[in-house]
Design a binder for this molecule. Structure first.
Ligand code: CA
Length: 503
């Protein structure tokens, strides 16, 4: 087992793989000058004041004071560099063609009638136009699950698509297009099998015709609570429509499909300094295998790629893709600027406790989950992809907001990397948890699906864990395995990204 990880030749810091005491000779001739917590950095050389602190081969920041060889480097000791310019970024200079060959080329999924990516689960999704209907709908869904769903064994679940958007919002504000697009696209999610069911109130800003196409805005698909005479009528309307939809959904069957019909989302949260060493690179390897086999993989989280954006640009397949990437970064820079913050507002206390000194270090670990494949498309938040391959979808990094954005983009499942641990989940798609270190897996043995901890200790390779993850992704997509969050029914409220004003 190794005691420290140095990532590139250029690095002048390394991270310890376990808590290491002051006075330890961590490598021949290098004695630690401080107690170093697991995953935290120590200096490999004397670093002068204003000297570069380098990890991943990039400058994480500049030393505020001189740092001695063997000393602990924590988040209070660096000055953040200026984020890289997005103007005239070179594109297409790092297009990899020799991706790792996938051991499987097909999966068992639900083919989508509209030619979009396949579904991975068979779910009755009940859409809402406004949060006011949530109380009624939640009671109705409980009853549907108890009284009706057991009659339809081929349907996996009934999900209320509750959210906080819909009224009390500036619905005509330019940025209202983000939440509206997200809700429209979630309603079309492949796991819902084309069966549209909407519960509305009747007086909200987000009218049904803004949520669905005109041909779908019919009494067969839409219930207006204010048109129902009392509570029983509301319940009868919802349960009656649900039964009709379940009858149709129950006829859906999985079929063997090429991986070109699979869309996988990648996210991370509760990251630590090992995330970029083990979990994210393993996910990146699995992503490369998926892309090699024709699948589509999406990664996101603007503030967590911003400082490594030039590494994304050089993988863009065209000037058009590079330009969209730059535009999305500019939009987000302006969004943060309007709130008088910058990307340094991102790291959480737990990230820092896990050894991540700043957003540059977090970003370098975060983008590792995108692997090395060419970037074929860049999306605005909650847009649906049109290409196959590696896609960047520019969403917030917040787990609760990125999740619904990727769901709206149509992911069949999400792979979620964590170092500190989070029980986050989504109701409409499975979420696979991959952790960065062995202690996390030991702590949450029955929450974390796959541990990449053995990569940190040197006992497994990124290729081994990446291949294990690739196979698990296909098993989950095919419905033969369920990740823990799905087994327990853990899922979060859908925070729909709304940068427009609330009224
Ligand atoms: Ca996240």
């Amino acid at each position: 087992m190794r005691d420290y990880v140095k990532l590139t030749e250029r690095d002048n810091v390394a991270v310890v793989t376990h808590d290491a005491a002051k006075g330890t000779e961590i490598m021949p001739g290098l004695v630690l000058l401080d107690d170093i917590p697991q995953a935290h950095k120590f200096a490999l050389v004397d670093i002068p004041k204003d000297g570069e602190i380098i990890r991943y081969g990039v400058v994480l920041g500049y030393a505020l004071d001189p740092i001695k060889r063997g000393a602990w480097i924590n988040e209070h000791m660096l000055r953040l560099p200026v984020s890289p310019s997005v103007d005239n970024m070179p594109w297409g200079t790092n297009i990899r063609k020799d991706l790792p060959v996938a051991p499987r080329k097909t999966f068992m999924g639900y083919r989508s009638a509209d030619g979009f990516y396949a579904g991975t689960r068979n779910i009755l999704g009940i859409q809402t136009t406004v949060q006011c209907v949530q109380g009624v709908l939640n009671v109705a869904v409980e009853r549907i699950k108890r009284e009706i769903l057991p009659k339809y064994p081929n349907v996996d679940d009934v999900v209320a698509v509750n959210h906080a958007y819909g009224c009390g919002v500036a619905i005509n504000a330019p940025f209202a297009k983000f939440p509206i697009r997200a809700l429209r696209n979630i309603a079309r999610h492949p796991n819902f099998g084309g069966q549209l069911m909407v519960v509305s109130l009747g007086c909200e800003k987000l009218t049904v015709d803004m949520l669905v196409d005109p041909e779908n805005n019919t009494p067969d698909n839409v219930i207006v609570l204010q048109d129902c005479k009392g509570y029983d009528a509301m319940m009868n309307a919802i349960l009656g429509m649900a039964e009709k939809k379940l009858q149709v959904l129950d006829k859906r069957r999985r079929e063997e499909l090429p991986l070109s019909e699979l869309l996988v989302g990648m996210q991370c949260g509760g990251s630590d300094a090992f995330s970029g060493v083990s979990a994210n690179p393993s996910a990146g390897y699995a992503a490369d295998m998926l892309v090699q086999a024709g699948a589509t993989v999406m990664f996101s989280e603007v503030t967590e790629v911003r400082d490594g954006v030039h590494f994304i640009a050089e993988r863009c397949v065209s000037e058009e893709v590079r330009n969209k990437l730059a535009d999305e970064m500019r939009w987000y820079d302006a969004y943060l600027d309007a709130g008088h913050v910058d990307r340094s507002a991102n790291p959480a206390p737990g990230n820092k406790k896990g050894g991540l000194s700043n957003i540059v270090e977090k970003a370098m670990g975060s983008i590792a989950k995108s692997g090395t494949s060419p970037i074929v498309e860049v999306l605005s938040p909650a847009e649906r992809p049109t290409k196959h391959g590696m896609i960047y979808a520019a969403t917030p990094a917040s787990d609760m907001v990125c999740g619904p954005c990727q769901l709206a983009s149509g992911i069949g499942l999400q792979v979620f990397m964590t170092g500190r641990g989070t029980p986050y989940g989504l109701a409409a798609v499975p979420v696979i948890k991959v952790c960065s270190r062995n202690e996390m897996k030991a702590q949450w043995e029955d929450v974390i699906d796959i541990s990449a901890g053995a990569v940190v200790t040197g006992e497994k390779t990124i290729q081994e864990v990446g291949t294990e993850l690739f196979n698990f992704i296909l098993d989950v997509a095919s419905g033969t395995k369920k990740p823990y969050t799905e087994q327990y029914g853990l899922h979060n409220f859908l925070c729909i990204f709304n940068p427009a004003p609330i009224t």
